[in-house]
Design a protein around this ligand. Structure first.
Ligand code: PGA
Length: 257
């Protein structure tokens, strides 16, 4: 394996507290022998399961993240969960701007930006997701779209703040049951654009160290080839990671090379 590799899963609106507890325990057990010098492993389960998942996690093995976060500490924001509430239960990471938040729930780059700033200011690892739609790809504006999402989503973030910033590239057309995975060449092309944009925003040193993960129909077949691309630092996996055995298999396949 070339360098430390990132592996994570977002369990979306699928696992109950019981399911999440079983999943987290099994995943930790199965991967316990793998050195965390080689991998960073994270799980992003539903809100109601976060307290249990945080209590169950072994901090040396696993990070637990929230799927969303309100951008104020408190206030008149019915239905939102604040950074203080997520800190209180020991959450490590906040995911911002997942494609389903943007395209099903209507979130904007301006909102993602407020969440990114708030999450970084509260010392969370902050995973900003970006990705173009099928239509934007057809128009040939994938790279422009990604650059806009990065420049707006990271507006006001300084190079001193990026220690805990991660990016996930998840093309909207590649995600979920109707998605088709990006080819490794296409993913690498966009990851290269992301890296250049991060360097443009934060300078060479800080811009180079931000992990950029690929997500969207990652499976047992394409995980290894994707992981071998120079600019892919990790995989952010949905369906293929929701059984701890499958997730463990993918991790080990990649570590073998
Ligand atoms: P998928 O989901 O792997 O099931 O396509 C990816 C994601 O939404 O992060």
């Amino acid at each position: 394996m070339k360098k430390k590799f990132y592996f994570g899963t977002n369990t979306k609106m699928y696992k109950t507290i019981k399911d999440t507890r079983e999943f987290v325990s099994k995943l930790q057990d199965l991967t316990r022998d793998i050195s965390r010098d080689d991998i960073t492993l994270f799980v992003i389960p539903s809100y109601t399961t976060l307290k249990d998942a945080n209590e169950l996690k072994d901090e040396n093995l696993l990070m637990i993240g929230a799927q969303n976060m309100g951008w104020e500490e408190q206030g008149q924001f019915t239905g939102e969960i604040s950074p203080l509430m997520l800190q209180e239960i020991g959450t490590d990471l906040i995911m911002v701007g997942h494609s389903e938040r943007r395209h099903v729930l209507g979130e904007t780059d301006e909102q993602e930006n407020k969440k990114v700033l708030c999450a970084l200011n509260h010392n969370f690892t902050t995973l900003l997701c970006v990705g173009e739609t099928e239509e934007q790809k057809e128009y040939g504006i994938s790279e422009e779209t990604i650059r806009i999402q990065l420049k707006k989503g990271l507006y006001g973030v300084t190079k001193e703040m990026v220690d805990k910033l991660w990016i996930a590239y998840e093309p909207v057309w590649a995600i979920g049951v109707n998605g088709k995975p990006a080819t490794k060449e296409y993913a690498e092309q966009i990851h290269t654009v992301i890296r250049k944009t991060l360097i443009e925003l934060f300078g060479e040193e800080a811009g180079e160290q931000i992990p950029v993960l690929y997500g969207g129909s990652v499976n047992k077949e394409n995980a290894v080839p994707l992981s071998q691309m120079e600019h892919i630092d990790g995989l952010f996996i949905g369906r293929s990671a929701w059984q701890a055995d499958n997730f463990n298999d993918i991790i080990r396949d990649i570590l073998k090379i």
